[in-house]
Design a protein around this ligand. Structure first.
Ligand SMILES: Nc1ncnc2c1ncn2[C@@H]1O[C@H](COP(=O)(O)OP(=O)(O)OP(=O)(O)O)[C@@H](O)[C@H]1O
Ligand SMILES: [Mg+2]
Length: 308
């Protein structure tokens, strides 16, 4: 059983307007409400790829029933601790005139130190039967710096896939040795405070984390592909050429793919190709639809891995 942790779930609301006009009345042409939050996305992808997965998290009471219903409809096993407050909504405004997407993201409900401790106990209990735990997504307000590191320490020895950036990534890499990290290139640059322009500098940056105690690092680079780095191996895979509908959640799908790859191959370097296929399959779907299994299976055959 795989556990995906989602401490700050959300509704993803997508609205279409003809042309977004700031400071004026904008009439909405179409509205969609989807399940959101990176931990939930990873779990949904893993579930669609056929893995046994559960989602554990925290949610505000208001909107909690709707969120749970949406997870049920995805056939997702879930255990969420309820706290006073509401489930946040992240709004994406699609302007049909080609202006692009404007995002309005709520911070989420504040978690108190007592609630955080209560959640850590719940997480520890609920992950007893899991050998792999995914920690991803923004932390809700109220969580102190180093919360992901603390969560990992509570998970004591389990394999953890950590998808975060900045101080959270640095502290967890140093203090709790993730099994796999998956920053995208921008996150890697922001965490280290340097520009990474060449394959060599990206590998060196990933190796800094390997030296801190991370076992495997995958640096994703959107349509440029991704790099896999461990102490003794560096791989590069160009992205697959697919028709792009939406790149939202490609990294989450990539993690879902690598979870399947690891389950099948028992080797992260060999699981990398599954991540590339899942990332590409996810951009072929509209908005928040995440992934279609048959796309993934077809693309898996096409992945080309190069040794660096
Ligand atoms: N346009 C694309 N065409 C083909 N493959 C893509 C495309 N965009 C992303 N991918 C694949 O998905 C992987 C992950 O994408 P990306 O680097 O955008 O993740 P991310 O920034 O973490 O995304 P998010 O956090 O929004 O889920 C890439 O390494 C690549 O293999
Ligand atoms: Mg990401």
């Amino acid at each position: 059983m795989i556990s995906a942790i989602c401490m700050n779930p959300c509704f993803d609301k997508t609205v279409d307007v003809d042309s977004l006009k700031p400071g004026q009345v904008n009439r909405i042409k179409n509205v969609r409400l989807d399940l959101g939050g990176k931990g939930i996305n990873v779990a949904v992808v893993a579930e669609r790829l056929g893995l046994e997965v559960q989602c554990i998290g925290i949610m505000g009471k208001e909107g909690g029933v709707e969120l749970s219903d949406m997870m049920d409809r995805e056939h997702l096993r879930h255990t969420f601790m309820e706290i006073p407050g509401h489930v946040r909504t992240n709004t994406k405004i699609f302007s049909r005139d080609g202006q692009g997407v404007t995002e309005l993201n709520e911070p989420g409900t504040t978690v108190t130190p007592e609630q955080l401790q209560e959640f850590i106990t719940l997480m520890r209990d609920e992950t007893r039967g899991s050998d792999m735990v995914v920690l991803t997504g923004s932390l809700p307000p109220g969580c102190p710096e180093g919360t992901y590191c603390e969560l990992m320490k509570a998970l004591d020895g389990k394999r953890v896939i950590l998808d975060t950036e900045g101080k959270e990534l640095e502290l967890a890499a140093k203090g709790a040795h993730p099994f796999l990290i998956k920053p995208n290139l921008r996150e890697m640059e922001a965490t280290l405070g340097i520009e990474l322009r060449t394959i060599r500098t990206i590998r060196d940056a990933a190796l800094l984390f390997i030296r801190l105690g991370v076992e495997h690092a995958v640096v994703s680079m959107g349509e440029m592909g991704a790099m896999y780095v461990s102490a003794d191996k560096t791989l590069f895979a160009p992205a697959l050429r697919v028709e792009t509908k939406s790149t939202v959640g490609a990294g989450d799908a990539m993690i879902g793919g690598m979870l399947l790859g690891y389950e099948k191959e028992k080797d992260m370097a060999r699981a990398f190709r599954y991540g590339i296929a899942a990332g590409a399959a996810s951009v072929m779907t509209e908005g928040t639809q995440l992934i279609v299994l048959s796309d993934f299976e077809r693309l898996l055959e096409q992945v080309k891995i190069q040794e660096v």
